[in-house]
Design a protein around this ligand. Sequence first.
Ligand code: NAD
Length: 258
Amino acid sequence: MNRLKNKTAIVTGGAQGIGAATALRLAAEGATVAILDLNAERAAATAAEISSDAAVGAAGGSAVSAACDVTSEDQVAEVFGQIFADHGRIDILVNNAGITRDNMLFKMDRPDWDSVLATNLTSAYLCAKAAQKFMVQARYGKIVSLSSRSALGNRGQANYAAAKAGIQGLTATLALELGPFNINVNAVAPGYIATAMTAATAGRVGSTPEEHQKSVAERTPLGRVGEPEEVAAAIAFFASDDSSYVSGQTLYINGGAR
Ligand code: NAD
C-alpha cells in the first residue's frame, strides 16, 4: 500500500517497540518518517534498519532520526522546526513515547507521578502544539496518540492510568479545535503488547516475560497477547486518508478483553 506517499511523519519514542514498528509501517506505506527518541543511538540504528528495508524502498519511504526529550518544550520546538525545514511539511504526528513507574498509591512518590505524567501526557500536548502550527498552515494533518487499556483503571498504575485517560480527553478536545483545519486527531489504546515495557513489568512482579504473557493470554478472548505490528497497523489507518471522516476517537486494541 502506498497510502502515505510524499507524507512526512514524526514518531516519538520510535527507537524500539510499538514506535519502531509504527515507523517501519508508515515508511513501508511511502512516508518519510522522523524517529525522535531519548536514546539517540538506538533511534539512529532503527532508522538505518528501516531505510534499508526493501519493502520501504519499493514504496518510496525512508526514515531519519533525531535525539529529543519530548518532555522538553525547547527540544520539541527545535526538532520540529528542523524537520519542517528539512522536509517542507509535517503531515503526521504519532505521540508514542511513554514510560511506566508502577507502584501502589501509598508507595508512589512524587517523582514517579511527575515523570509518568510528563512523558505520557505533557509530551503529547507539547508535540501536538508544535505540529499544529505547520498542519494548520497546510490545512492538513493527522495526530495519533498512544492511550492504553490502563486508562480504565489498573492497580499499581495510578500515574500511568491518569496520563493515558488524559490522552483520551486531549484527543477528543483537539479533534474539536483542529477539525476546522482538516486535522484528524485520534488515539489507540492497546492492551498487553509484547515489548520491552511489558517485559519490565513481568520482571517487577517476579515473572519471566513468557510466564507473564501466558497468564494475560489466558484472560484474553483472542487467547494471546498483542504484537507491536498490530498496533502499528491501526495507527497507519488513522495516519492515512482511509480514516478521513474519523476524529476524536480512541480505538481499543486488546484482543477483545472487556
Ligand atoms: P518501550 O519502552 O518499548 O518504548 C518506548 C520508547 O519511548 C523508548 O524508545 C524510549 O527511549 C522512548 N522514550 C521514553 N521517554 C522518552 C522521552 N522523554 N523522550 C523521547 N523518547 C522517550 O514501550 P512500548 O511498549 O513500545 O510503548 C510505546 C507506547 O505505547 C507508550 O506510550 C506506552 O505507554 C504505550 N502502550 C504500550 C503498551 C504495551 O503493552 N507495550 C500498552 C498500551 C500502551
